[in-house]
Design a protein around this ligand. Sequence first.
Ligand code: FES
Length: 132
Amino acid sequence: MYNEKVIQEFTCPKNVGEIKDADGVGKVGNAKCGDIMKMFLKIDDGKITDAKFQTFGCAAAIATSSVATELIKGKTVEDALKLTNKDVVNKLDELPAQKIHCSVLAEEAIKAAIDDYESKAKGRDIGKLGNK
Ligand code: FES
């Protein structure tokens, strides 16, 4: 069912874990399969310096989380927002049709973590204004 690359990413996933002092955290789930993906981002000066994930899900969900974190590390937030599930699937060469939604989850988890980062950043800016 899965190709070699997917199996490799699933059996030896990169960036598994949690970033305790993450600047952005995104948690998404798929109601149909019940899989959950949590993404942690460390962002410095608009650049993603670290990304980790915790995924409770299928092999494809873990493989796509691994690849997605690798794809966004070192990118600017702006560029990371452009990442699509197709980029993730391409990196894995392919995914079975019934597993494409797993790659969508990876894209959504990254966007949710960036959303969290941006709303926290806005809060900080408002806080700074309040101190003036
Ligand atoms: Fe739902 Fe993989 S089966 S994320």
